[in-house]
Structure formats: C-alpha cells, structure tokens
Design a protein around this ligand. Structure first.
Ligand code: PDD
Length: 293
C-alpha cells in the first residue's frame, strides 16, 4: 500500500514528498515536532499533543502553521489515507524556507508543515515490555531548553546509537551532577525500596512527556507514593524498578542499567500494573496488554 505524506498543503506519495533545500528545519533545525499514538485509527491524547506543540512554537516565536481544527483535520486525514489502525503520527513544523541567515526571515514566509503516519506492531512492543529492556547511561550534552520539542535531535541520536552499540534499547542521559535527566527519546522513572515512584520535575531540563503526564495521573488515581525529583545513576542502580515512558513505547520496564541488574532482573509489579493502566486508558483491550513475565 502506497504511503502518503502531507507536505505544505498536499498529500503526496512517499517518493514524491519533498521540501525546499533552504527549509530552515533542514539548515538550522529551526522547527518543532510531535509524535502521537494511534490506537484503533484514533489519535490518543490529541489535545495534549497540540497544546504542547503550541507551547513549543510559542517558545521559538513561531506562528502556528494553521488553525487548530485544520491541523486536526490534516492529522486525521493522514492517518486515514495511510489506513493506520495502530501506529504513530508524526507532525513537524519549521519556520519555513528562506535564504540562509541566522536571524529570522524579515518577511512572513509561512511555516512548513509535514505530517506522516506509520503502523506499529504492538505485539512486538508488548513482547519487549514483558521481557524488559537494557539501557546505557551517557552524558547529557543537550542545550538548556529541553522542554521545547525541537527537531534538533543530534545529542539524542548519538545517545541512542551509543546505547544500541552496547546492545541496549535506550540511553539514559546524565547531567553534570550525576542525575538522570531523561532517556534519549523517553522520560525516566524509578521505584525505590519504599515503593515510591520518582521522576524528574518537568522543568526546562526534560521534555514534558505526554506519557509521563498519563502515568502521573494514573499514580494519583491509584494513590501510589510519588515524588517529582531528580535521581542519580547510583539511586537507579539500587532501585527496585526502573522504567521509561514515551508515546511509542508506552511504559517500558528496564531490567539492566550499564550491564547491572535492576531489582530481580525482570519487569517489576509496579511497572506492569502502570503499563496495564496506561493501555486501558488508551482504549486497548486486555488481550493487547503485555503478558506477565
Ligand atoms: N520522543 N523525552 C524525550 C527527549 C523524547 O524525545 C520523548 C518522546 C519523551 C517522551 O515524551 P512523550 O511521552 O510525549 O512521547 C521524553 C518521541 C516519541 C520521539 O521523538 O519519537
């Protein structure tokens, strides 16, 4: 089936979709993006994603590419044209195409908007969650505004590759004080020996993950112990459980950090319980949840 990509007003076949060589996203990473989860053909938490997109645009002093209802239409239409039942939608907005200059273009050139959607194999994701993943720590070499979902992803890409080179599925990035900021493309969590869930405060040092938000809401609903604070690599190594959250992985248990086993070396009860709750809140059926390890 032909893949269709939305680019600046047109739905085009994958091979034909293109942007201008002087698009500022291409030359300066001057843009922002969102990745949304699609379940049963529906985008989950769409309003939350569009609110975060608006915030990222505002922080970069960029105008929205179109009004909210039109943007929702483009997203849904891209999902529909690609016949996606379960998968993800990717939306990218850049400041547009203009002669290369470090300052903003002097006249309104209009932003560039790209929208894509692709299927995911949820069984694979569930099988991985039932086993748990290994992660590798790396220094966090990013800029100070990690709360902006910018397309400037060079440090995350390098971190992710370093982890893969070590046979790990994700990298945990560590600040200069030895505290974990977040994953290369996920938020980081741990459960301490007191069964308290810890994740870093959503300030400028991390991305305000939509899945992180869904997990916080679930923790509150279940009345679990919870603290928003940074935790160190040593604390993570001594934790009962570690997990990461993101739109595409949902909640992924971590069983090894830097080659050292976490807890019992299998996904912990809290991680499994929270993942099931998230799956349920996204409208998944019980048979789509991960099997117990
Ligand atoms: N990444 N932190 C970083 C650095 C991320 O790139 C992501 C998501 C998250 C989790 O955010 P959310 O729960 O809203 O997906 C945290 C996406 C999935 C990506 O870039 O593909």
């Amino acid at each position: 089936m032909a893949r269709i990509i939305y680019v600046n007003g047109r739905y085009q076949p994958y091979a034909k979709a293109s942007i201008h060589v002087e698009d500022r996203g291409f030359q300066f990473s001057d843009g922002v993006y969102e990745v949304c989860f699609i379940h049963n053909g529906k985008i989950v938490d769409l309003t939350g994603h569009l609110e975060r997109l608006d915030r990222s645009l505002f922080e970069l002093r960029m105008a929205p590419p179109m009004k909210r209802p039109a943007l929702v239409h483009v997203l849904n239409e891209t999902v529909r044209r690609n016949h996606i039942r379960n998968g993800s939608a990717y939306l990218q907005v850049t400041r547009g195409a203009a002669r290369r200059a470090f300052t903003f273009p002097s006249k309104d050139i209009g932003s560039s908007l790209i929208c894509m959607a692709r299927p995911h194999d949820e069984r694979k994701n569930n099988a991985l969650a039932a086993k748990g993943i290994c992660v590798q720590t790396v220094p966090d070499i990013r800029w100070a505004r990690r709360d902006i979902k910018s397309i400037s992803l060079l440090p995350q890409m390098l971190a992710s590759q370093t982890a893969l080179d070590q046979g790990c599925a994700e990298a945990l990035m560590v600040d200069d004080k030895g505290f974990i900021t977040e994953g290369s493309h996920s938020n980081a969590w741990m459960v301490d020996k007191d069964n308290r869930l810890l994740t870093r405060r959503a300030d400028n040092s991390i991305l305000r993950g939509r899945t992180r938000q869904a997990v916080v809401a679930t923790i509150k609903k279940l009345g679990l112990k919870f603290e928003e604070r940074a935790f160190s690599v040593d604390e993570a190594l001594a934790a009962s459980e570690v997990f990461v959250t993101s739109t595409t992985a949902l909640l992924m248990p971590v069983i090894e950090v830097d080659g050292r086993q976490i807890g019992a070396g299998v996904p912990g009860d809290t991680s499994i319980k929270l993942r099931r709750q998230i799956c349920e809140s996204y409208g998944m059926q019980k048979n789509e949840w991960p099997a117990s390890p």
